[in-house]
Design a protein around this ligand. Structure first.
Ligand code: NI
Length: 160
């Protein structure tokens, strides 16, 4: 496993549409392991393959720090409600912005064994699913931000 370089806003790879994964290969498994490690190292709750420069439809999400989801070729099949809140992205470090998202989503995806599964999420998990799936279409949350991007202020405890 290895930490991969996270591409930042302005890198054109973040604006491209990703391709479906057609088979699980050792190389793709390694990519997924690296994405998880890279996400945890950056204290993120989600990471999409294009953020490490790979245009494949793969995202990893973990909103609790101990319950990772790996979604391959994910699609949102149901959504409802609305939540408006602060959102950030590992490709825009130190920034956040207000984005309105559904409060509930149901996604279908393939797992690492290329078996289909469903993932339902509310609140932060619903937000993360929407955010990460947008990355696969080449979209970033900044396109949806209400008002200006804010600088994230870290407390002294966090920075120690
Ligand atoms: Ni992001």
């Amino acid at each position: 496993m290895a930490i991969r370089n996270i591409r930042e806003f302005g890198d054109e790879v973040l604006n491209k549409k990703c391709k479906e994964v057609t088979e699980m290969t050792p190389r793709t498994k390694e990519l997924i392991e690296d994405m998880l490690e890279t996400m945890y190292e950056a204290n993120g709750v989600g990471l999409a393959a294009p953020q490490v420069g790979i245009l494949k439809r793969i995202v990893v999400i973990d909103v609790t720090g101990e319950d990772p989801y790996i979604l391959i070729n994910p699609r949102i099949v149901e959504s409802s409600g609305e939540q408006t809140g602060s959102e950030g992205c590992l490709s825009l470090p130190g920034k956040s912005g207000i984005v309105t998202r559904p409060d509930y989503v149901k996604a279908v995806a393939l797992d690492v064994n290329m078996k289909p599964f469903e993932l339902e999420g509310t609140e932060l998990l619903a937000r993360a699913i929407c955010h990460e799936l947008d990355h696969l279409e080449g979209h970033l949350y900044v396109e949806k931000v209400e008002g200006e991007l804010q600088d994230v202020v870290y407390s002294e405890e966090d920075s120690e």
